[in-house]
Design a protein around this ligand. Sequence first.
Ligand code: ADP
Ligand code: MG
Length: 649
Amino acid sequence: MSSSEDGGRAKRKAKAASLVPSRNRLPISNERKNIIAAVQKARALVIVGETGSGKTTQLPQFLFECGLAKKGMIAITQPRRVAASSIARRVAEEMGVKLGNEVGYSVRFDDKTTQSTKIKYMTDGMLLRELLSDKLLSKYSVIILDEAHERTLRTDVLFGMVKAIQKVRSDLKIIVMSATLDAARFAEYFDGAETLYIPGRQFPVRVYNAIERQEDYVDAALVATFQIHVDEDPGDILVFLTGQEEIETVEKLLKEHMHELPPNASQLLICPLFASQPAAQQQKVFAPAPPNTRKVILSTNVAETSITISGIRYIVDTGMAKVRAFNPKLGIESLAVVPISKASALQRLGRAGREAPGVCYRLYTEDGFSSLANVSEPEILRCNLANVLLTLKASGVENIMEFDFLDRPPRASLIRALEHLFALRALNSKGELTPEGHKMAGFPVDPSLAKVLIHSKALNCTAEVISIISMLSVETVFFSPHDKREAANEAKRKFVSHDGDHITLLNVMRGYQAVSGDKDWCIQNYINGRAIKNAMDIRNQLASFCEQGGISPTASAGSEVEPILQCFLQGFFQNIASLQMDGSYQTFSGKQVCHIHPSSVLFQKRMPLIMYHELVQTSRQYVRNVSSISLPWLQNTGSHYFNAANSSA
Ligand code: ADP
Ligand code: MG
């Protein structure tokens, strides 16, 4: 072994040793013996402990140290990719090993594991996907379903799958971890599994509610942040926002107004935290602020229970979160910004009192708080099930209606999802998986997009389709600073296609590829370099998935546009809307009124017929990523869907 490798190893070991004291102070470390004894005894175990008590980072290490990873890996699922990757990185540091060796992670489009990985952090979605090729999850000796209180769709489905697997594999251990006390449901589900409670510590947190209702919570968050910074003692601020775009807006506004601070005020260091962030950026939020500087973390829900950051004394709670919602009657899925639950509000305020007394500024009134629901509704009761049902079918679950759900989704949602899969021809009329459905399940994207990818082979436009899908998988790549909006619009004009956003996105990706990802090109063209690099990584992954599936990723339609849009229509024939007299649109399925989002290149263009990628509910119903299509194209697509829809109407 070379001396530089030795040096690297020595450095890692030294770093790990320096982390031991703070790890020993975590509440979970007192429970080490009890936990190990309980895991060795039981086949299923529920562990409840306050956020930050050390469940996610420490427990897998306990199990590893007592030899539970000898016969198979330890999997720890997370609802969010940013949590999986950043926590794996931390645990590798704590163990003094290279990330990807003993400790690794696997999230969609990013796999950091090797043959020697024993502790594997992964999104719940990735573990579900592994079921496709390994029905008994035979690589694992322990499955930890973490953040179970979040009740995400995929974790909920995993509950049913691992319970079924355990009936066949008596050696498999299942651990459910939750940050909230109502864990009885989980214990009951696993036939009365033992529940271990980790006593937490919590300092008091003072709460200030808004006196009156805030019209614009983004603006209110900005004001509150500056107020805390000017008036309050040192300590970092955590601001809960709903998504990347909003976070980037607030980041810009904070930077713009920073020079208005009094000259003696300390500095502000702004750290965004959201899902599709590159790893290096993510790690920045954990680093302590430099002297005379206050850190402001602008985060999505991920900082509510999944990720704990030291040093936070102040919370700014907008009271909002972005969630998926699905209307099974209309078959419409949307991303909606909605009020959080009381349980979430309490978790958020708790983040300020981990190390010292803290303060929480709620940007909603006391009455507003009282009117919140107690807990959020499990995702499985309110979202589109098509994707997971396809995975279940492809993993050998034949009768979905009899699946052992923790909470049974509404019948209407199940039926709607099965109908959708039938319309995409993933299932036949008997509800059985078709060969095409099997293929679709293998792609790491929604069934509609998988359909598009598969169909691109026949239409000879795979290169374009994977470019567009990868651009649709990241939040917007167009950068539009407040003070340079005109210049940004001017720059965007070069890419705009009259056919709509799909081709516009393709033009941007082509431009980026032509200059081999040059950073200056991004700056000159007002393209968010971080987002498009991300899209490029996704593109490479999709290309290799296509290759594995026998689809050449370089097949190109050249300068032709029609085959590309026709290809998208194969998967999105249910997302069509037509222009109304008043300039609004009406969806074909469900007859919903919607409007083209102002970010679209077709905004106010009044194209008669459009296909949209998604429907977003904010102040009104918007469709985003929209392209113009022509009526005759519909005859080639999903006609059995329209026939069925018409005959049942
Ligand atoms: P729980 O799962 O019970 O909420 P965690 O195991 O996530 O608790 O957190 C335990 C401790 O590990 C916290 O103090 C947190 O600050 C620290 N920690 C977790 N991830 C990181 C990271 N990437 N960098 C630095 N510290 C981290
Ligand atoms: Mg945790």
